[in-house]
Design a protein around this ligand. Structure first.
Ligand SMILES: NC(=O)c1ccc[n+]([C@@H]2O[C@H](COP(=O)([O-])OP(=O)(O)OC[C@H]3O[C@@H](n4cnc5c(N)ncnc54)[C@H](O)[C@@H]3O)[C@@H](O)[C@H]2O)c1
Ligand SMILES: [Zn+2]
Ligand SMILES: [Zn+2]
Length: 327
Protein backbone atom coordinates (compact mmCIF):
# COMPACT_ATOMS: atom_id res chain seq x y z
CA UNK A 1 0.00 0.00 0.00
CA UNK A 2 1.20 3.53 -0.90
CA UNK A 3 1.87 6.30 1.56
CA UNK A 4 3.22 9.81 0.97
CA UNK A 5 5.35 10.98 3.86
CA UNK A 6 6.69 14.44 4.65
CA UNK A 7 10.16 13.30 5.68
CA UNK A 8 11.32 16.74 6.77
CA UNK A 9 10.34 20.30 5.87
CA UNK A 10 10.48 20.61 2.10
CA UNK A 11 10.71 16.88 1.26
CA UNK A 12 7.84 14.54 0.47
CA UNK A 13 8.54 10.93 -0.55
CA UNK A 14 6.46 7.93 -1.57
CA UNK A 15 6.92 4.69 0.34
CA UNK A 16 5.30 1.31 0.84
CA UNK A 17 3.50 0.80 4.16
CA UNK A 18 1.92 -2.22 5.87
CA UNK A 19 -1.83 -2.74 5.48
CA UNK A 20 -3.84 -1.31 8.41
CA UNK A 21 -5.79 -3.72 10.62
CA UNK A 22 -9.27 -3.13 12.06
CA UNK A 23 -9.61 -3.27 15.87
CA UNK A 24 -12.59 -3.28 18.24
CA UNK A 25 -12.72 0.51 17.95
CA UNK A 26 -11.13 1.20 14.57
CA UNK A 27 -12.45 0.85 11.06
CA UNK A 28 -10.21 0.48 8.03
CA UNK A 29 -11.06 3.07 5.38
CA UNK A 30 -10.04 3.65 1.78
CA UNK A 31 -8.98 7.26 1.31
CA UNK A 32 -10.47 8.85 -1.81
CA UNK A 33 -10.01 12.60 -1.34
CA UNK A 34 -7.60 14.66 0.70
CA UNK A 35 -8.05 18.43 0.95
CA UNK A 36 -4.88 20.38 1.57
CA UNK A 37 -4.69 23.64 3.44
CA UNK A 38 -2.47 26.17 5.19
CA UNK A 39 -1.71 23.66 7.95
CA UNK A 40 -0.11 21.32 5.40
CA UNK A 41 1.79 24.21 3.86
CA UNK A 42 3.10 25.25 7.29
CA UNK A 43 4.18 21.65 7.92
CA UNK A 44 5.96 21.60 4.56
CA UNK A 45 7.62 24.93 5.30
CA UNK A 46 8.56 23.87 8.84
CA UNK A 47 6.45 26.64 10.40
CA UNK A 48 3.65 24.67 12.07
CA UNK A 49 3.98 24.89 15.86
CA UNK A 50 2.58 21.39 16.61
CA UNK A 51 4.58 19.29 14.09
CA UNK A 52 7.23 16.59 14.24
CA UNK A 53 8.73 14.71 11.28
CA UNK A 54 8.47 12.35 9.48
CA UNK A 55 4.69 12.71 9.17
CA UNK A 56 1.97 11.47 6.81
CA UNK A 57 -0.17 14.59 6.27
CA UNK A 58 -3.86 14.68 5.41
CA UNK A 59 -6.61 15.80 7.81
CA UNK A 60 -9.41 16.80 5.37
CA UNK A 61 -10.69 13.46 4.21
CA UNK A 62 -13.39 11.88 2.09
CA UNK A 63 -13.22 8.11 2.71
CA UNK A 64 -15.06 4.84 2.15
CA UNK A 65 -15.28 2.22 4.88
CA UNK A 66 -13.70 -1.12 3.94
CA UNK A 67 -14.18 -2.93 7.23
CA UNK A 68 -15.75 -1.77 10.51
CA UNK A 69 -16.11 -3.47 13.89
CA UNK A 70 -19.66 -3.84 15.26
CA UNK A 71 -20.69 -0.36 16.38
CA UNK A 72 -23.70 1.59 17.58
CA UNK A 73 -23.25 4.38 15.03
CA UNK A 74 -24.40 2.33 12.07
CA UNK A 75 -21.05 2.57 10.25
CA UNK A 76 -20.63 -0.33 7.82
CA UNK A 77 -18.45 -1.40 4.92
CA UNK A 78 -19.26 0.67 1.84
CA UNK A 79 -20.29 3.83 3.73
CA UNK A 80 -18.83 7.10 2.55
CA UNK A 81 -17.70 9.29 5.39
CA UNK A 82 -16.05 12.50 6.47
CA UNK A 83 -13.37 11.93 9.08
CA UNK A 84 -13.26 14.09 12.20
CA UNK A 85 -9.48 14.12 12.56
CA UNK A 86 -9.28 15.18 16.21
CA UNK A 87 -8.39 12.20 18.37
CA UNK A 88 -9.05 13.31 21.95
CA UNK A 89 -8.14 11.50 25.17
CA UNK A 90 -11.57 11.52 26.85
CA UNK A 91 -10.12 11.97 30.33
CA UNK A 92 -8.44 15.41 30.56
CA UNK A 93 -10.08 18.52 31.99
CA UNK A 94 -11.16 19.84 28.59
CA UNK A 95 -12.58 16.46 27.47
CA UNK A 96 -14.49 16.07 30.75
CA UNK A 97 -15.87 19.62 30.33
CA UNK A 98 -17.20 18.84 26.84
CA UNK A 99 -14.40 20.54 24.91
CA UNK A 100 -12.63 17.66 23.14
CA UNK A 101 -11.52 20.08 20.39
CA UNK A 102 -8.91 21.50 22.76
CA UNK A 103 -8.08 18.26 24.59
CA UNK A 104 -4.79 18.55 26.48
CA UNK A 105 -3.50 15.46 24.70
CA UNK A 106 -5.17 15.99 21.34
CA UNK A 107 -3.71 14.05 18.44
CA UNK A 108 -4.87 15.53 15.16
CA UNK A 109 -4.55 13.11 12.26
CA UNK A 110 -2.08 14.46 9.74
CA UNK A 111 -0.59 16.77 12.38
CA UNK A 112 0.37 14.95 15.60
CA UNK A 113 -0.18 11.45 14.19
CA UNK A 114 -0.23 10.09 10.67
CA UNK A 115 -3.12 11.18 8.50
CA UNK A 116 -4.70 10.28 5.22
CA UNK A 117 -2.09 10.74 2.47
CA UNK A 118 -2.19 6.99 1.91
CA UNK A 119 -4.36 4.40 0.20
CA UNK A 120 -5.90 3.01 3.39
CA UNK A 121 -5.65 3.66 7.10
CA UNK A 122 -7.41 2.88 10.33
CA UNK A 123 -9.69 5.43 12.01
CA UNK A 124 -11.65 5.30 15.28
CA UNK A 125 -15.25 4.50 14.29
CA UNK A 126 -16.51 7.24 16.62
CA UNK A 127 -14.80 9.81 14.36
CA UNK A 128 -16.48 8.72 11.13
CA UNK A 129 -19.51 10.69 9.91
CA UNK A 130 -21.38 9.12 7.05
CA UNK A 131 -23.56 10.61 4.38
CA UNK A 132 -25.52 8.87 1.67
CA UNK A 133 -25.77 12.05 -0.37
CA UNK A 134 -22.48 13.92 -0.21
CA UNK A 135 -19.84 13.42 -2.87
CA UNK A 136 -16.32 12.45 -1.82
CA UNK A 137 -15.21 16.03 -2.60
CA UNK A 138 -17.92 17.43 -0.34
CA UNK A 139 -16.99 15.01 2.44
CA UNK A 140 -13.36 16.16 2.25
CA UNK A 141 -14.44 19.77 2.81
CA UNK A 142 -16.50 19.15 5.96
CA UNK A 143 -13.46 19.56 8.22
CA UNK A 144 -12.61 23.01 6.84
CA UNK A 145 -16.22 24.10 7.27
CA UNK A 146 -16.08 22.84 10.85
CA UNK A 147 -13.33 25.35 11.64
CA UNK A 148 -15.63 28.15 10.51
CA UNK A 149 -18.67 26.74 12.32
CA UNK A 150 -16.78 26.58 15.60
CA UNK A 151 -15.33 30.09 15.24
CA UNK A 152 -18.80 31.54 14.67
CA UNK A 153 -20.18 29.55 17.60
CA UNK A 154 -17.38 30.91 19.81
CA UNK A 155 -18.12 34.50 18.72
CA UNK A 156 -21.80 34.54 19.70
CA UNK A 157 -22.43 36.46 16.46
CA UNK A 158 -26.09 37.49 16.00
CA UNK A 159 -28.30 39.46 13.64
CA UNK A 160 -27.65 42.76 15.39
CA UNK A 161 -23.91 42.45 14.88
CA UNK A 162 -21.60 43.69 12.23
CA UNK A 163 -18.78 41.25 11.51
CA UNK A 164 -15.42 41.78 9.86
CA UNK A 165 -13.64 38.68 8.57
CA UNK A 166 -9.96 39.31 7.90
CA UNK A 167 -8.57 36.79 5.42
CA UNK A 168 -10.60 35.24 2.60
CA UNK A 169 -8.78 31.93 2.25
CA UNK A 170 -10.66 28.66 2.80
CA UNK A 171 -10.84 29.30 6.53
CA UNK A 172 -12.19 32.84 6.06
CA UNK A 173 -14.71 31.43 3.57
CA UNK A 174 -15.74 28.78 6.09
CA UNK A 175 -16.24 31.48 8.74
CA UNK A 176 -18.32 33.46 6.23
CA UNK A 177 -20.59 30.49 5.48
CA UNK A 178 -21.67 30.21 9.11
CA UNK A 179 -21.54 33.94 9.91
CA UNK A 180 -24.15 34.57 7.22
CA UNK A 181 -26.56 32.07 8.79
CA UNK A 182 -26.74 34.33 11.88
CA UNK A 183 -28.15 37.28 9.91
CA UNK A 184 -25.19 39.52 10.86
CA UNK A 185 -23.92 42.14 8.39
CA UNK A 186 -20.57 40.92 7.07
CA UNK A 187 -17.53 42.53 5.47
CA UNK A 188 -14.38 40.74 4.38
CA UNK A 189 -10.90 42.27 4.31
CA UNK A 190 -8.11 40.68 2.26
CA UNK A 191 -5.02 42.15 0.65
CA UNK A 192 -5.17 39.62 -2.18
CA UNK A 193 -7.35 40.70 -5.09
CA UNK A 194 -8.03 37.18 -6.38
CA UNK A 195 -9.22 36.11 -2.96
CA UNK A 196 -11.43 39.20 -2.75
CA UNK A 197 -13.02 38.56 -6.14
CA UNK A 198 -13.77 34.97 -5.18
CA UNK A 199 -15.83 36.02 -2.17
CA UNK A 200 -17.30 39.08 -3.93
CA UNK A 201 -18.86 36.63 -6.39
CA UNK A 202 -20.97 35.40 -3.45
CA UNK A 203 -22.32 38.93 -3.05
CA UNK A 204 -20.15 39.83 -0.07
CA UNK A 205 -18.81 43.33 0.60
CA UNK A 206 -15.02 43.30 0.57
CA UNK A 207 -12.27 45.77 1.33
CA UNK A 208 -8.58 45.75 0.47
CA UNK A 209 -7.51 47.75 3.49
CA UNK A 210 -9.02 48.87 6.78
CA UNK A 211 -11.47 51.74 6.22
CA UNK A 212 -11.97 52.91 9.81
CA UNK A 213 -15.36 51.26 10.31
CA UNK A 214 -15.51 49.23 13.51
CA UNK A 215 -17.14 45.82 13.83
CA UNK A 216 -18.83 44.06 16.75
CA UNK A 217 -16.95 40.88 15.94
CA UNK A 218 -13.62 40.62 14.14
CA UNK A 219 -12.49 37.20 12.96
CA UNK A 220 -8.86 36.82 11.99
CA UNK A 221 -8.41 34.05 9.43
CA UNK A 222 -5.03 35.12 8.08
CA UNK A 223 -2.42 33.51 10.31
CA UNK A 224 -0.48 36.75 9.78
CA UNK A 225 1.00 38.37 12.87
CA UNK A 226 0.58 41.97 11.72
CA UNK A 227 -3.01 41.35 10.76
CA UNK A 228 -3.78 39.64 14.06
CA UNK A 229 -2.32 42.51 16.05
CA UNK A 230 -4.29 45.02 13.95
CA UNK A 231 -7.55 43.33 14.95
CA UNK A 232 -7.34 45.20 18.24
CA UNK A 233 -8.02 48.40 16.26
CA UNK A 234 -10.89 47.01 14.16
CA UNK A 235 -13.51 46.23 16.78
CA UNK A 236 -16.03 48.52 18.43
CA UNK A 237 -16.18 49.18 22.16
CA UNK A 238 -17.67 46.11 23.79
CA UNK A 239 -16.65 43.98 20.80
CA UNK A 240 -15.13 40.55 20.32
CA UNK A 241 -12.08 39.27 18.48
CA UNK A 242 -11.83 35.63 17.41
CA UNK A 243 -8.41 34.35 16.40
CA UNK A 244 -9.05 31.49 14.01
CA UNK A 245 -5.65 31.94 12.38
CA UNK A 246 -2.56 31.23 14.41
CA UNK A 247 1.09 32.16 14.39
CA UNK A 248 4.18 30.66 15.90
CA UNK A 249 5.34 32.92 18.73
CA UNK A 250 3.87 35.84 20.66
CA UNK A 251 1.42 38.58 19.79
CA UNK A 252 1.31 41.94 21.54
CA UNK A 253 -1.49 44.43 22.06
CA UNK A 254 -1.96 47.74 23.79
CA UNK A 255 -3.60 47.09 27.14
CA UNK A 256 -5.23 50.52 27.65
CA UNK A 257 -6.91 50.08 24.23
CA UNK A 258 -7.98 46.53 25.15
CA UNK A 259 -9.30 47.67 28.54
CA UNK A 260 -11.08 50.78 27.26
CA UNK A 261 -13.03 48.72 24.77
CA UNK A 262 -13.62 45.86 27.22
CA UNK A 263 -12.51 43.56 24.43
CA UNK A 264 -13.41 39.89 24.49
CA UNK A 265 -10.56 37.95 22.93
CA UNK A 266 -11.19 34.34 21.91
CA UNK A 267 -9.09 31.62 20.34
CA UNK A 268 -10.93 29.09 18.21
CA UNK A 269 -9.38 25.66 17.79
CA UNK A 270 -10.63 22.88 15.52
CA UNK A 271 -14.37 22.21 15.71
CA UNK A 272 -16.52 20.68 18.38
CA UNK A 273 -19.47 18.40 17.57
CA UNK A 274 -20.22 20.25 14.34
CA UNK A 275 -19.78 17.50 11.71
CA UNK A 276 -23.35 16.06 11.71
CA UNK A 277 -24.89 19.55 11.41
CA UNK A 278 -22.52 20.55 8.60
CA UNK A 279 -23.19 17.36 6.65
CA UNK A 280 -26.94 18.03 7.00
CA UNK A 281 -26.50 21.63 5.81
CA UNK A 282 -24.61 20.51 2.69
CA UNK A 283 -27.19 17.76 2.05
CA UNK A 284 -29.96 20.36 2.24
CA UNK A 285 -28.14 22.76 -0.08
CA UNK A 286 -27.58 25.46 2.56
CA UNK A 287 -23.84 25.39 1.93
CA UNK A 288 -22.20 24.88 -1.42
CA UNK A 289 -18.46 24.33 -1.39
CA UNK A 290 -18.11 23.01 -4.94
CA UNK A 291 -16.61 26.26 -6.34
CA UNK A 292 -13.88 26.15 -3.70
CA UNK A 293 -11.98 23.35 -5.43
CA UNK A 294 -9.78 25.19 -7.90
CA UNK A 295 -6.93 22.66 -8.15
CA UNK A 296 -6.50 18.91 -8.10
CA UNK A 297 -3.57 16.53 -8.05
CA UNK A 298 -3.04 12.81 -7.74
CA UNK A 299 -1.56 11.32 -4.60
CA UNK A 300 1.56 10.17 -6.43
CA UNK A 301 2.10 13.72 -7.75
CA UNK A 302 2.41 15.23 -4.26
CA UNK A 303 6.24 15.02 -4.03
CA UNK A 304 6.73 16.72 -7.40
CA UNK A 305 3.78 19.16 -7.55
CA UNK A 306 2.99 20.27 -4.00
CA UNK A 307 5.06 23.46 -4.14
CA UNK A 308 3.95 24.43 -7.64
CA UNK A 309 0.26 24.01 -6.76
CA UNK A 310 0.69 26.06 -3.59
CA UNK A 311 2.11 28.98 -5.46
CA UNK A 312 -0.55 28.93 -8.22
CA UNK A 313 -2.40 32.19 -8.58
CA UNK A 314 -6.11 31.65 -8.02
CA UNK A 315 -5.68 28.74 -5.63
CA UNK A 316 -8.53 28.42 -3.15
CA UNK A 317 -8.61 24.71 -2.39
CA UNK A 318 -6.56 21.86 -3.77
CA UNK A 319 -7.95 18.35 -3.43
CA UNK A 320 -5.81 15.26 -3.88
CA UNK A 321 -7.39 12.25 -5.54
CA UNK A 322 -5.97 8.87 -4.67
CA UNK A 323 -7.39 7.37 -7.83
CA UNK A 324 -9.27 4.68 -5.89
CA UNK A 325 -12.50 5.59 -7.74
CA UNK A 326 -14.11 8.46 -9.60
CA UNK A 327 -17.08 8.85 -7.23
N1 LIG B 1 -8.60 27.41 14.17
C1 LIG B 1 -8.14 26.30 13.65
O1 LIG B 1 -8.27 25.23 14.22
C2 LIG B 1 -7.50 26.34 12.31
C3 LIG B 1 -7.63 25.27 11.42
C4 LIG B 1 -7.06 25.36 10.14
C5 LIG B 1 -6.34 26.49 9.80
N2 LIG B 1 -6.20 27.49 10.72
C6 LIG B 1 -5.44 28.71 10.42
O2 LIG B 1 -6.27 29.64 9.76
C7 LIG B 1 -5.45 30.54 9.00
C8 LIG B 1 -6.01 30.70 7.60
O3 LIG B 1 -5.97 29.46 6.90
P1 LIG B 1 -6.23 29.39 5.31
O4 LIG B 1 -6.03 27.99 4.92
O5 LIG B 1 -7.51 30.08 4.95
O6 LIG B 1 -4.97 30.28 4.82
P2 LIG B 1 -4.68 31.06 3.48
O7 LIG B 1 -3.24 31.45 3.53
O8 LIG B 1 -5.18 30.32 2.29
O9 LIG B 1 -5.55 32.41 3.57
C9 LIG B 1 -5.17 33.52 4.33
C10 LIG B 1 -5.70 34.78 3.67
O10 LIG B 1 -5.33 35.89 4.49
C11 LIG B 1 -4.94 36.97 3.65
N3 LIG B 1 -4.05 37.86 4.39
C12 LIG B 1 -2.78 37.64 4.80
N4 LIG B 1 -2.30 38.71 5.45
C13 LIG B 1 -3.29 39.63 5.48
C14 LIG B 1 -3.40 40.93 6.03
N5 LIG B 1 -2.39 41.53 6.68
N6 LIG B 1 -4.57 41.58 5.88
C15 LIG B 1 -5.60 41.02 5.20
N7 LIG B 1 -5.55 39.78 4.67
C16 LIG B 1 -4.41 39.08 4.80
C17 LIG B 1 -4.24 36.28 2.48
O11 LIG B 1 -4.22 37.14 1.32
C18 LIG B 1 -5.09 35.02 2.28
O12 LIG B 1 -6.12 35.20 1.33
C19 LIG B 1 -4.03 29.96 9.07
O13 LIG B 1 -3.32 30.60 10.11
C20 LIG B 1 -4.28 28.52 9.46
O14 LIG B 1 -3.16 27.95 10.13
C21 LIG B 1 -6.78 27.45 11.93
ZN1 LIG C 1 -7.02 21.99 6.99
ZN1 LIG D 1 -8.55 15.14 26.54
Amino acid sequence: MRQIVLEQPGTFAGRAAPEPEPTEEHAVVRVHRIGICGTDLHAFAGRQPFFSYPRVLGHELGVEVIEAPPNSRGIRAGDRCAVEPYVNCGTCHACLRGKPNCCERIQVMGVHRDGGMQDRFSVPVRLLHKSEKLTLDQLALVETLGIGAHAVERSGLNDEDEALIVGAGPIGLAVYMFAKTTGARIRVLDINETRRSFIEALGVETQSEPDGRLADVVFDATGNRTSMEKCFEFHAHGGRIVFVGLVQGSLTFDDPNFHRRETTLLASRNSCGDFPRIIRMIEEGEIDTSPWITHRMRLDEVPSRFEEVWSSPGLVKCVIETGASNG
